[in-house]
Design a protein around this ligand. Sequence first.
Ligand code: SAH
Length: 479
Amino acid sequence: MDHLPIFLDVKDKKVIVDGGGTLAARRVERALDAGALVHVYAAELGGEFRELQNHPSLTHHTAAPQLPDFAGATVAYGATEDADRDRALYDMANHHHALANVADVTEYCDFITPSIIDRSPLVIAISSGGAAPIIARILRARIEAILPAAYGKLAAFSGRLRERVMAKLKAPESRRLFWENTIDGPVADMFLAGDAKAAKKQFLKELDATALGQDISKVGEVYLVGAGPGDPDLLTFRALHLMQRADVVLYDRLIGDGIINLVRRDAERIFVGKSPNDHTMDQQDISELMVKLAKDGKRVLRLKGGDPFIFGRGGEELETLAAANVPFQVIPGITAASGCASYAGIPLTHRDHAQSCVFVTAHGKDGVLSLDWETMARPGQTVAIYMGRSSLDFLMEEFIRRGVDPNTPAAIVDNGTRPNQQVIKGNLSNLYERAEAASLPGPALVIIGSVVELRDRLNWYKNYAADQHSMSLTARTKL
Ligand code: SAH
């Protein structure tokens, strides 16, 4: 290690920043955040100072800093990119025993500034020892992405309860165990889910039980998580966090490998099937299994394709959990209509085409199709049909029978957002035929409305399968 990692207390201490540009603004901002009295030296302050300028702890000097200015300073930053001025700053800072840091000039640096992830009071600093700042920055972005924004608040919450724990649990070992359980258990879950009150109640309950030497009875929980249409990059941060916390995961056919591999490695995996004709496990069994696992104290991840509340039977599963008093949380996902439309270059609404958009499923509770055709056939709207592949011929004919123009553009998006996405475009009268001619393994979503035409100009998603498909179409057309 080339440097000593420390966090410096600069509260109400003098910090000098020489420069008025972007770099200087960043230094000033961070020093002010840490409570320093900041003196900035620059003939003029750049636009980035607009928000900082009136800060009560900031003093602006238009002249360059002089030796006496450094008396009593803790830290001095050089950010002028002027070699002579940088050197002078370094010498003057040293003279007064202030720690100097001149941007990008290693020999004028007593310390380096790390990349930070700020979840105050929790702060993570990363340094590559100046060797590869870009790596530190990339790493920082990754940690930013995986660390819930509320972690800082969780740290503050724990901080406020520290004294109570100290008073109740005398042995450092039992305190360590207690903290480990709470920070990685239901208390943290409740807190991060936004229920600070319940978290505190549970915390105190667990503290009392631990002080009395009782085992804390573990409360399980179910995370009903939307995994999006397939591209793992479309997961939400929260989905990823909970995927990393789960003890057991229940998933079905719509969840691709790319996503299931992001679940915590040692979590148990239970495939609950559900393809249109092969129900590996029926709905009630799935819900009951979740209740049982949660009552055993497990953190159960119920991973659903798309959004759990859009044709995902999420509501039905939750009703069983609620009836059994199992705590749960629901994380939305990108629903197939939204994902497929974006990746196919078909805006679902557009002021020149559609002012509304309806999502319908072609599958009823007992497989019976009972659609509100009057609503579906309305002009000026886009219709997105889930589970419509197997009844595509019927659907297209029915639109026409209800008086919709047979030339109305329509498309089917198969495996939307995935590397093997295929989009077949046509109209109400020929889409079925075209879909039959292609090989579409499913899942597939049908989009009907004049917005489909926009794909010709807005298609942006290129993938191997799409290229192959259009090549084979071209070949066929030529024949
Ligand atoms: N809850 C899911 C929908 C489940 S119903 C969601 O919000 O997306 C299953 C149907 O969703 C499939 O029959 C298909 O119509 C559609 N679907 C799901 N993923 C899809 C994908 N990647 N591409 C195309 N359609 C998809």
